[in-house]
Design a binder for this molecule. Sequence first.
Ligand SMILES: Cc1ncc(C[n+]2csc(CCOP(=O)(O)OP(=O)(O)O)c2C)c(N)n1
Ligand SMILES: [Mg+2]
Length: 550
Amino acid sequence: MRTTDHPGAHELISTWQSLGLKRMVVSPGSRSAPLVLAADALGLEITVALDERSAAHIALGMALQSGLPACAITTSGTAALNHGSAMAEAFYMGVPLISVTADRPISKRHMGPGQMVVQSHAFESHVVCSLELDEQVMSPAELRGAATEAWLQAQRGPVHVNVPFDEPLYGMTENSAKALVEVNAAVEADQAMPEELVDQLSCHDPKVLVLLGAVPAFLRSDESLSALMERAAVFANAFGPIPSMNAETSASAMLNAWNEKDGDDFQPDAIITCGLPPMDKKWRAQLVDWKAPHWHIGNEVHDWDMFNAKVGSWNISAARGLAQLVQAMPGFNAHAGQWNVAADRRAASVAKMAAEWPNQWTDWHIYHRLSVALDDKTSVHFANSTSARYAQWFDWGDRALHANRGAAGIDGCLSTAVGDALANPNRPVVLLTGDAAWLYDANGLAVEPKPANLKVIVINNGGGNIFRWIDGPEKEEVLEQYFEAPFAENMKGSALQLGLAYGSAKNWSEFEESFPLWCNIAGPSLLELKTSGKDSAGFLQALRAGGASK
Ligand SMILES: Cc1ncc(C[n+]2csc(CCOP(=O)(O)OP(=O)(O)O)c2C)c(N)n1
Ligand SMILES: [Mg+2]
């Protein structure tokens, strides 16, 4: 095989290929040439992304469904640092992402070469492992050993590998991909349910609150585990480990007009979490206020004490832990019954209020419609901000749902969806995004090849509508200018620049025309739904304040 003459690149990439690496995302640059030439010679599926920040998010999106590490490669300098935000997201979400940054040779770094930044261990706080692989001092066997270690570590989260190369960078030679000696991945055995938790569950009619937080798709349960709702009060995130569970328990509706009496009525004896913490700040304040002993189920590398009341972690995957939890809990539970009755009542009152609201063209009503109208097999991505929050209100059926809730940036939402679409070309992928998040990450589609199965809906409510949800500045002009900050009247220009078919609607009758057209376009396309930010936030606030009949 004709490949790079840099052993650091060849041994690294060929080792990973023999361990299962299929895809990589590269960005143009010279220092990384040996790595790109190695990947090309080995026949890996290569995506080229202009922007390194997007590239790393694309790789993250590629890993979501399979749980197999995906890899992004960058040249040296600020290009390398741009992998940082996806690494942080992968760290908190628990996604196997590998960042490979090509660097100047160690011996020349002190000479101030052009485009020089400190790259080694640059992502130290947000990785499970960071290594430097220096072909000047390491033998091929040592390089393969380090590559294997990096791959194994990536099963737990993001890994950073910094690789110095000296010039010339484009030399080629004959080499072969070596079959790997067997790797014994030390698979961590599931921990048994901690004794104290067993005790807690076996007392008479325990008041247990289970919070199902966001996890990546590959960690979700195949079972519906619906019995959990009869056995505990369940507050479920739409991106949680049990698909569709959020809709049944109407978690968002449950928080409507939540008051002190609810706090007393639903005080749990124990809180069990898995995945990421809940999004709603007032709800989190209530959870802290309860001071109930808290158990976390999961293998995450970060060890959060979410409510200042953690008594322990159960080291087992969320899905397997929950299956055992369901078995361990008594069949019918009064606390769960009381919770479900209240949740149903509040959900009914939300539905009534939404149906009777005079202006039906609000963001909430649009997400509701999309939860019904999108193709059943779609993988739906929600951008951060209000999109990820509206996702919580509705039943999305069997669709795979995702939002980058690990670090909750608006900087990689499109790119992550692009990665999912490229890795899963046989299913439709739809991104539902706000206008600011769309504009911020439009570089996510500066890629080759472009995913033919990706479509986008931008809800253009005139900037960051989230800033109308929270207690913000008292002056409307200040809110509009500095926080909501709309940056484009419409998204047509960005759609055209990226080669996307474009359609738009600003009321339901236009929607009825443009939505089917958008659905029928074979290829990437963008539908812009223009709403009033004030009206949308107004409905949401009304819902939150009075939607509950108790
Ligand atoms: C990288 C990054 N910068 C800034 C923020 C803060 N932020 C959160 S939401 C938001 C506005 C998003 O606006 P838009 O995409 O229009 O969504 P909407 O609130 O209207 O749903 C901003 C700037 C962030 N989360 N991530
Ligand atoms: Mg917006």
